[in-house]
Design a protein around this ligand. Structure first.
Ligand SMILES: [Zn+2]
Length: 286
């Protein structure tokens, strides 16, 4: 029985780096003890299915058991995970590091910091510096002129994901709507209709940039954009949030067919939620 097994503290404990991700810390211990990372994790939590699952969904019981093994506090373990992030924002957490802060990341490959997986960040949550692409190339963002709005969008998503602070609408839901396909007018003759997204109706440069790069944007189900493209989505979210429900209704005019139906259903349910939110926040003020 797991509950009856007394926690065995690891003989050697490597100090965690500031903002290090749990799976990274466990991976470094695995390398130290010369075992695969999953074996290391299951040595601590026999029921664990994967390192990713441990990063995303650590129960308070598991936090306590891990903390015992690693001679630290459960709150420290929790801060190394995404256990505080609502399920609805999990789609914005990438599986691999997509970005890096040259100020705060000590190494090229490890440790991996928690902030390196946050698909809504363009600045480092620790020092505020611009993040850099962790991959192959360093591309300046073609959306520099939207920087102020993008920073507002980053904060909206960050408040929602990290602190559960809401506004009249969920910024994550806006992201999904903005990545749906739209039909541009006039309808172009070329066949690459795939590249036109609702976001392009708000950020006019987007269609051209996507056409030049010949790189499709991600789907609404996984709305993590490459770092240099991300300011466009963040700015779009901030613009919709500030403009209010009428903007969502206006955007519906850029859709056709089934997609228009899906967009309308999603937008109307968000607007209805917004009305209830407004009513209840006014009640609290009385
Ligand atoms: Zn930093």
């Amino acid at each position: 029985m797991i509950e009856n097994t007394p926690p065995r503290r690891l003989p050697v404990r490597l100090p965690p780096h500031s903002d290090e991700l749990l799976s990274s810390w466990i991976g470094r211990h695995a390398a130290f003890y010369s075992v695969p990372p999953l074996v290391m994790l299951r040595h601590c939590l026999p029921e664990a299915s994967s390192l990713r699952a441990a990063d995303l969904l650590l129960s308070s019981d598991q936090e306590i058991r891990l903390a015992n093994m690693f001679a630290t506090e459960p709150a420290v373990m929790r801060r190394m995970t995404f256990a505080n992030v609502a399920q609805s924002s999990h789609r914005l957490i990438s599986a691999r590091p997509t970005q890096v802060c040259t100020n705060c990341s000590p190494g090229h490959t490890e440790p991996i910091l928690r902030s390196q997986l946050l698909g809504w960040r363009i600045t480092c949550p620790l020092c505020g510096n611009q993040l850099r692409d962790a991959g192959r190339r360093e591309i300046p963002s073609p959306f520099q002129q939207y920087q102020d709005a993008a920073l507002r969008g980053e904060k909206l998503l960050d408040d929602e994901a990290e602190r559960g602070i809401g506004t009249w609408i969920s910024p994550t839901d806006i992201a999904r709507l903005l990545l749906m396909r739209r039909i541009p007018r006039p309808i172009p003759r070329e066949h690459d209709l795939w590249r036109f997204r609702v976001l392009g109706a708000i950020i006019p440069d987007l269609d051209r940039v996507v056409a030049v790069e010949q790189e499709n944007l991600p789907t609404p189900a996984k709305p993590i954009l490459p770092l240099h493209m991300r300011p466009a989505l963040l700015a779009g979210i901030a613009i919709v949030e500030r403009a209010g429900p009428e903007m969502l209704r206006m955007l519906r005019g850029h859709m056709m067919g089934d997609n228009r139906g899906r967009f309308t259903d999603a937008a109307e349910s968000m607007i209805a939620r917004a009305r209830r939110w407004k009513a209840s926040s006014q009640m609290h003020l009385i």
